[in-house]
Design a protein around this ligand. Sequence first.
Ligand code: C2E
Ligand code: MG
Ligand code: MG
Length: 618
Amino acid sequence: MPDEEQLSEVLSEFARTLATDFPIQSILDHLVQRIVDVLPISAAGVTLIAPGTKPRYVAASSESAFRFEQLQTELGEGPCLEAYRTGHAVAVADLNEEDRFPNFAARAIEEGLAGVFTFPLHHGQERMGALDLYRTIPGSLNAASMSAAQTLADVAAAYLLNAQARAELRASADRSRETSLHDSLTGLPNRVLFLERLEHAVQRGRRSGTTAAVLFVDLDRFKAVNDQHGHGVGDELLIAVAERLTAVLRPGDTLARLSGDEFVVLCEDLDTEATVARIAARIGHAVGAPFVLSAHRVEITASVGIAFSGRGDQLSDRLLEDADTAMYQAKRKGGARHQIVDLRERDRGAQLDRLERDLHEAPGRGELRTEYQPIVDTRDGRVAGVEALLRWDHPSRGLVTPAVLVPLAEQSGLITEIGRWVLEQACPDRHRWRNGEIDELTMSVNVSAHQLMAPDYAAGVAAVLARTDTEPRLVTLEMTESVFVQDSERALVVLNELKLLGVTLALDDFGTGYSSLNYLKRFPIDIVKIDRGFVVDMEYDGASQAIVFAVIELAHTLGLTVVAEGVETAAQHEQLASLGCDSCQGYYFARPMPAADLDALMRPRGGGKVLLPALVTA
Ligand code: C2E
Ligand code: MG
Ligand code: MG
């Protein structure tokens, strides 16, 4: 006779499990334990049966109960299955007198079982399995015990159903999380999941000092594949790439697709940078082998950027960003390679930011100045002109060269102001040296494309020339081909304005850029300055010499003057003279120097002409 109080206690315990999101197995374990306490039985067991599948959950109050549950499942017969099938309780008071389950009865009796009372677990139409109560002594359970057992089975069934529904919900939530964290095309983790893993790696790295690397893989010319063969083929290629990448990675590495043709790999616990480089090389080979897709054979390459956190370094969540930067470095170098991030480049970026801030202050603080380099007549070394070259004496960094300064000034919009300042310095300085024989001395000033294209450039130049009382034809503005490339229509307008003003125009660094001889014809250029590179090569390289010769010939045909830059040796000078080059500029004759130093050099000795190199005349 079950104790009413105990029974209601067990029932209320079940009610609590409902509220606390108990897992199914715990509900079953609890049921079999408590039912043995409440009813006159020796053990209890439960098996959950789902149609068409093996029992998924089994619970037993004791080892023997577990055996009996298993036995029924193994034999495919027994009171449990019977109750499940019929939906009715099965009472076997004495197994010796039972003939419905001969196989089970025989084995169970052997193991000391005397009676079994089984109650179906169902809720409405839903059948879930059965609750088995085992006795080691034969005899019936009274009606009250039978109904208490059925009540417990019913309550448990209701809760199980609930738990099952919850579990299914969770599974489907897991599935949808799974889809929201994966790329639908390749099935790889997407950016969200990758960042989650990276964050974990970073945290782990901080705790344990492990190393990690991020490899940023971008296919070269993927867009061309898409454009040429269509997106279907592009997709097929991406899937194939994902498979190949997966195959070359270590089991613990995370491969994700960020977007388009961007893949990333997270490698943890690396020994050395060399390991990462090996993985990158494997990736390069894997992607580089031809892809035979359903209708096309496609060949591509990949650019791989690597950010590696060395042992002992703090693992940073900037790893992805750095790897991206490195990938662009690889792309800039032509692709089809890997590049380990050059963190110096990042530092360099920060330094440039600081320098740019300082540059705003530089003109006001008097940190800018000009130097001048003579340009000589090739035939006799007579100084025909000077070129003004900008210098910045940075208070802490020392001299900043134009190679750094000019792009910075362009970027920060200061180039117009600074360029005008140079012209304002150069024009009066020209007057210092115009006396005597070299009255015709020209002053060359460099103009960057940004500066030239800015509104009212020519008017600004005119104003400075007027203010400094400078004859326009004695001023040469030097520009590079980049001026014509950016916006040739506008360039032509500005150059014509300048020509109208009467200034001389020079094409600087000829031979380094696009070197289109066409520009010489299309734009109102007066002087061509052959780049230092050709002058250096000319001595040893017949082709360079031929090019220099051709440029001089063509320029002369078009009525232009030719200046050779970077002349450092007497041999170069001689060669240029024999090729008919009009003027030369370079260390051989004189280095760029402050105006005051040039004063001394420009003082005519003896015959009145200033000839360079100075040694010749000294
Ligand atoms: P650039 O106009 O071609 O100037 C010649 C450069 O070659 C100068 O470098 C000069 O010092 C250097 N050089 C001259 N002779 C030799 C030689 O024999 N050997 C070698 N190795 N180098 C020689 P710098 O002063 O560093 O100027 C570099 C470039 O910066 C200039 O090239 C010019 O394009 C630009 N720049 C200089 N000043 C200004 C400026 O005021 N405004 C603008 N927009 N650009 C400027
Ligand atoms: Mg120049
Ligand atoms: Mg030059």
